[in-house]
Write a protein that binds this ligand. Structure first.
Ligand SMILES: [Zn+2]
Length: 209
């Protein structure tokens, strides 16, 4: 399908420690990609790429879950919700957190003197527990706050999660989707049917108290 790679990559987390979140996979009749809070499932006959078969995730459980409410969402309305959300200064993280191997991240090492023993700050990491830490840097760009919450029906979504649906609809040149959810708060996942072969599953969130 058009923009197949781009659509799939919207749902991946290339920096994840879990294999499942880094690469798309084939499960039954579907080609899927997920980063945890969002998943896409595309009918395998629509895809041109080759994908590894993976059997660990029960995709069917999400795709065939029971829902009792349904509404049509229009792309311009969804785009507006994202574009009018609270804005923040974008930051990027560079470097990575590497735990100290001497103290295994505890920041302390044991000492013994005659019959005494106790702990003191690890001399390798100077008590921090890390030999390297990641830092955040402002990019200078102003972006919609990824943690901003958007309401659809009786559910709330983190902007960063809902944005994946919007990007998919834009890449598929689709003006609308069918939003399927249940009246009850559970389950925490809902469905967005973009067309008969493409479904997006998103995890909902809760209000701040
Ligand atoms: Zn240490």
């Amino acid at each position: 399908m058009e923009n197949e790679k781009e659509i799939i990559s919207v749902f991946l987390d290339k920096n994840s420690e879990r294999d499942l979140y880094r690469e798309p996979f084939k499960k039954g009749e579907w080609i899927c990609a997920t980063c945890g809070p969002a998943l896409i499932a595309i009918d395998k006959n629509r895809c041109e790429g080759t994908y590894k078969v993976l059997d660990t995730l029960d995709v069917k459980k999400y795709l065939l879950m029971e829902t009792n409410r349904q509404e049509t969402l229009l792309l311009p309305e969804l785009e507006k919700m994202i574009n009018t959300a609270e804005r923040i200064k974008e930051t990027v993280t560079f470097g990575e957190d590497i735990k100290c191997t001497e103290c295994h991240g505890s920041g302390e090492v044991e000492w013994d003197y005659k019959d005494f023993s106790g702990y003191f700050d690890c001399p390798v990491c100077k008590g921090s527990g890390y030999t390297s830490v990641s830092r955040k840097k402002k990019t200078g760009r102003i972006i919609p706050d990824p943690e901003f919450k958007i309401k659809l029906g009786n559910r709330l979504f983190r902007l960063a999660v809902l944005e994946k649906l919007v990007k998919t609809m834009q890449l598929m040149h689709s003006d609308s989707c069918i939003y399927k959810y249940s009246e009850e708060r559970k389950p925490e996942t809902v469905l967005f049917q973009i067309d008969k072969d493409v479904t997006v599953v998103l995890v909902t969130t809760y209000p701040d108290y």
